[in-house]
Design a protein around this ligand. Structure first.
Ligand code: NAI
Ligand code: AKG
Length: 520
């Protein structure tokens, strides 16, 4: 049963000020009342995290991995209770949320394996060289946890990017304690997941401050958390305005800290002429499937499509328009997100040159109605508003004059999470020229696919240059995400007995660079 309290380490705290979740489909408030975390709660959570950090950060890797696996099992065991609450709070359908639970627990288990493999420690040993002038010291390097991480749960993935989502999993994997600021749209879902993590913390005999959850609706709460001196890094997925505000708070601290914010992206999709000619209708149908997935509430939503104007593009647009008619309206995450979607699409429709080519079926006032616009390449270039993210099931097809104009448009875009090329073999010579442009533009380049849906693997990059993220050198999905919460330490001429075990002489079972060469 939900209690509505904050998780301050082992303590369950309530406060005077309450808020409620809203049923996304009906707009009605849901039981129970949730307590807004106070300044004292935030400070206590951060203090507990700081106190737990030493033990958690130096835990044997197998013990850290066991904790992640137990947390995954416990989240799995929440079963339908979790799915039903998340459905009510987010309006997302059952199958999607079951899939998201699978992704969340799979992610925790993948990070458990990653911890044990140990490569993330980047162990390096350069033996002393006494015969050189000057003599070289003995140097040994490993990565250590940064310290407690503040994680902001995202509204659009109430499980996989929230309390036990990618930021939390990668921070735990790095050996960092976590204080989550739950998203106010799904506090019940957050409480259920937090309960599972807290049980895993207790059953593994870890200090309770390894994990806390603070809930609330105010920006002040997030600001306090980011400014708390015990917090060493921030993970965030959400709006550009929110991410920028957190970056500012972090940079303005007496001790600035890194913020890994995943913000806005319009994910350009390029249709090369050869492929468009042979598969215009099929591409138009698949495009609508991708842009309307999850009511378009993916940061990987294909927001713009670029192709050279002509008969093949007309066929693509025709097919997209026809397919749109069959897209059912879907409940959006919150009334605010739906309102923003209506406002942004209304403004988009009024931009010079914008033409609405079709809409999905109409739904209730909680739903987003899918839509696609077209615009000419010249008009797109003349109006920066076309390149702004619209969060929801909306997209624009750009009728480019030629491939040169398409190149110019791509070169003028802001940083993106993804960029996609649809092509056949006849297109390869031209497509090759685009790849170096897309490498500069985005964190992930797709061939003949659609950008929605991010696999959680070792080679995934879910990141990209600003403003897709605040730091394009990282990823928030996949095992490389662990690197965001680590920093290197080098030990010079340290006596063997005082070195971390992994850096002592003899094999440690983990790959190391010894005198520049890979060794086990
Ligand atoms: N690109 C993307 O992946 C996403 C974009 N969005 C965009 O964000 C809009 C609002 O959706 P939300 O999910 O609520 O995102 P949001 O960015 O408004 O909020 C996310 C979290 O950050 C906190 N926060 C926001 N601004 C803050 C500030 N100035 N100081 C301290 N904390 C702050 C909020 O309390 C919440 O916990 C959407 O309409 C959409 O435009 C939302 C989700 C994902
Ligand atoms: O496409 C996905 O699976 C993840 C998208 C994402 O990170 C987001 O919408 O915030």
């Amino acid at each position: 049963m939900l209690v509505g309290s904050n998780f301050i380490g082992a303590e369950r705290r309530t406060s005077e000020q309450k808020f409620r979740a809203t049923d996304a489909a009906t707009g009605k408030p849901l039981e129970p009342d949730f307590s807004e975390a106070t300044a004292d709660d935030v400070a206590a959570a951060c203090l507990a995290a700081r106190d737990a950090q030493k033990v958690f950060g130096s835990l044997a890797l197998a013990a850290r991995a066991a904790f992640l696996r137990l947390a995954a099992d416990k989240i799995d065991a929440l079963g339908d209770t979790l799915t039903m609450r998340a459905m009510q709070e987010s309006g997302l359908p059952e199958a999607r949320l079951k899939g998201e639970r699978g992704r969340t627990v799979g992610q925790l288990r993948l990070f458990a394996d990653e911890i044990e493999q140990g490569e993330w420690q980047q162990l390096r040993i350069d033996h002393a060289q006494t015969g050189t002038t000057p003599p070289k010291p003995d140097l040994r390097l490993r990565m250590i946890p940064l310290g407690p991480v503040a994680v902001f749960g995202a509204s659009n993935f109430p499980l996989a990017f929230s309390v036990a989502g990618g930021d939390t999993a990668s921070a735990f994997a790095a050996g960092c304690c976590v204080v989550v600021k739950g998203h106010p749209a799904h506090p019940g879902t957050s409480e259920l997941v937090a309960g599972a993590i807290a049980e895993a913390v207790a059953e593994c005999g870890l200090p309770a401050g390894v994990f806390s959850l603070v809930n609330g609706t105010s920006n002040a709460l997030g600001e306090m958390l980011v400014k708390d001196p015990r917090i060493a890094a921030v993970g965030f997925t959400g709006s550009r305005a929110g991410g920028l505000a957190l970056m500012k708070h972090a940079a303005g601290r007496p001790v600035p800290i890194p913020v890994y914010a995943e913000m806005s992206s319009i994910n350009p999709v390029v249709l090369m002429p050869g492929r468009l000619e042979e598969a215009a209708e099929q591409l138009g149908q698949a495009y609508v499937g991708s842009l309307s997935l999850g009511a378009g509430q993916f940061c990987t939503n294909p927001g713009i499509v670029l192709a050279v104007a002509g008969d093949a593009l007309d066929r693509f647009i025709q097919a997209a328009g026809e397919t749109l008619k069959d897209v059912a309206a879907q409940t959006m995450l919150t009334a605010g997100i739906r309102r923003a979607f209506e406002e942004h699409t209304a403004a988009l429709g009024k931009l010079p040159g914008a033409k609405l080519i079709g809409m999905g079926a109409e739904g209730s006032s909680a739903c987003g109605r899918a839509r696609v616009y077209t615009v000419g390449g010249n008009e797109f270039l003349a109006e920066p508003g076309f390149a702004a993210e619209v969060f929801g099931p909306s997209s624009i097809v750009i009728r480019c004059a030629d491939l040169e104009q398409m190149t110019g448009i791509l070169e003028g875009l802001e940083g993106q999470l993804t960029a996609t090329l649809h092509m056949n073999e006849a297109d390869h010579a031209e497509a090759e020229k685009f790849i170096s442009i897309l490498e500069q533009l985005a964190g992930r380049i797709l061939a003949n696919g659609w950008p929605t849906g991010v696999d959680v693997t070792h080679a995934m990059v879910h990141g990209g240059p600003f403003p897709a993220t605040s730091d394009g050198r990282s990823t928030s999905v996949g095992t490389m995400a662990i690197g965001r919460f680590l920093r290197p330490v080098s030990y010079q001429d340290m006596p063997e007995a005082l070195l971390p075990i992994a850096l002592r002489e003899g094999s440690c079972g983990v790959p190391r660079r010894v005198d520049g060469k890979l060794a086990i």
